[in-house]
Design a protein around this ligand. Structure first.
Ligand code: CA
Length: 227
């Protein structure tokens, strides 16, 4: 059964989510603060985490950082109170997979959950992929260039997964946004976001960012992976 961990300090919210997710057939685990959330995450290895940002003590963002630092690739959906916060979240390299803004409908949340789970189940079976002097280990979220470890963010691994699956084809910025960011809410990251992330990724994997060999720009459209 698919395990979902809910990290939420408001009791009504927590039990409401528990009830609705159980009803949908998910196996639900609850935590009321960040420390407890991390502990439960370690114990049960959830398939997805619903993470409230505003938590007493350790914030949701800190929980997220700690999970990613511990190499956890678990899909995470952030729950935020204000839509204002979203600008910050999208601007930052948070490593979250999606978000919902309170108040949200159960229907919307369930749609987000299944979309994120679907994305992960399809893309999680790449294992290890090598091109040139780059080695990407999608199981352990480890990357190497010329035998030396390089730090790829969770999102960069997601981008690489998509590139590998569409190798040689031009992939538009909008498709990248849709598949890697997955937002279809009110606050959209722009295609500029994609360019910024591609630039960062190139710095890590290309020998020359001026003359990229692996991620080629398709003028005005998007990118093409040649690995
Ligand atoms: Ca809260």
């Amino acid at each position: 059964m698919t395990k979902i961990l809910v990290i939420e300090d408001e009791p009504d919210m927590r039990y409401g989510l528990e009830h609705n997710l159980r009803f949908e057939g998910y196996d639900v685990y609850l935590a009321e603060d960040g420390a407890q959330g991390l502990e439960v995450a370690r114990k049960v290895s959830p398939d997805l985490i619903l993470l409230d940002i505003m938590l007493p003590g350790m914030s949701g963002m800190e929980v997220l950082e700690r999970l990613r630092k511990s190499k956890s690739g678990v899909p995470i959906i952030l729950v935020t109170a204000k839509s204002q916060e979203m600008d910050k979240i999208i601007g930052l390299e948070t490593g979250a997979d999606d978000y919902v803004t309170k108040p949200f409908s159960v229907k919307e949340l369930l749609a987000r959950i299944s979309a994120v789970l679907r994305r992960f189940s399809v893309e999680d079976d790449i294992g290890v992929y090598e091109f040139g002097d780059i080695k990407l280990d999608f199981t352990n979220l480890e990357a190497k260039k010329g035998g030396k470890p390089i730090e790829l963010t969770h999102r960069e691994f997601e981008m690489m997964k998509l590139f590998i699956k569409t190798k040689g084809e031009i992939i538009s910025r909008n498709v990248l946004l849709d598949k890697v960011w997955g937002y279809d809410g009110d606050v959209q990251p722009t295609t500029r976001t994609v360019d910024t992330h591609i630039a960062k990724l190139r710095k890590k994997i290309e020998d020359s960012t001026e003359n990229p060999r692996w991620i080629i720009t398709a003028h005005r459209v998007g990118y093409r992976f040649m690995g």
